[in-house]
Write a protein that binds this ligand. Sequence first.
Ligand code: PLP
Length: 370
Amino acid sequence: MHYLDHAATTALRPEALAAMQRQWQQVGNPSSLHNAGRQARRTVEESREQIADLIGAKPADIVFTSGGTEADNLAVKGIARSGSKRRVLISAVEHHAVLDPADALVQEGFLVERIPVDADGRVDLVALASLLDDEVALVAVMWANNEVGTIEPIAEIAQMCAQRGIPLHSDAVQILGDPQFEVAAVPSVALSAHKVGGPVGVGALVLDRNLDVKPLIHGGGQERDVRSGTLDAAGIAGFAAALAAPAVDTRPLRDELITGIRQAVPDAILNGDPVRRLANNAHFSFPGCPGDALLMLLDAAHVAVSTGSACTAGIPQPSHVLMAMGADEAAARSSLRFSLGWNSTGEDVLAAVDALPKAVERARRAGGRR
Ligand code: PLP
């Protein structure tokens, strides 16, 4: 099988597995006071320091969660609910882990507005500037888009928000692992372990300690009372080990993949910012070709890719990301995401490029276009 869906989840890195195995052989709750508990606490705190060091954060700002979804929910709902302001601005291309908690806030009387993006999926800074005022409780703009791979102008957005004293949350789930990524001046950042070769079910919110946040989960008061629940010492150790594992630059393979797809299917259209894009992402529209049919045809040829957009009750939805970028519904349904990871090879790229022309032709026939 040629797995080209690393943006959905990537294989566990051996370093992460080894770190988890070491911790699984121990007993001890990191909150317990005895020696066994203190050993588990040491694992957690060393991992926290290691992760912080690798992303340019303060260890005390890291709040461990059950993954990116929980980190996004905690930031969006927790920050918005902590004050009296009632406007929430989110980019139109956010992952559902941000979109849906923001929509849930509408029931509580918040006014949630979408910040538009351009045809490459980049947030429109002029539009954002015109939306900012003293009633804004929170701005959420993802660091990089999980579908089309566009990297957002986060430094500029952070500056605009800081000038007005407005908290900014950024979902950095897809860019974590890029050696150039640093949380820098963004006060709230969501991370997930399983996108970088750590375990599923572990993540973090990197949250400035000066920022007020209402917890979503109440209980034992772990994680500075912001997020209760027994800490998963083994999972956290796996997260840190995955992040500390040697970085793999997927750019050369990504560029080979983009060039190969363009040659194999000359009318394929690359989506997202052609330059400021994730190192592992190639996202294409194939005109007249239903994306879900193409996905299944490639799967039959042992090439695993994604349409990148969500399903509701098993029914594929047109991508809200592509629609926000100006695509019509047909175009938004005719795209595929190819994403590379730390163990991707040139053979994976060749297999995808070789399988595409026939799959595209058959999917077009199925979609009524020859
Ligand atoms: N945010 C983005 C941009 C993602 O791509 C994902 C995963 O698909 C998530 C959040 C959710 O992360 P997790 O699977 O750890 O809950």
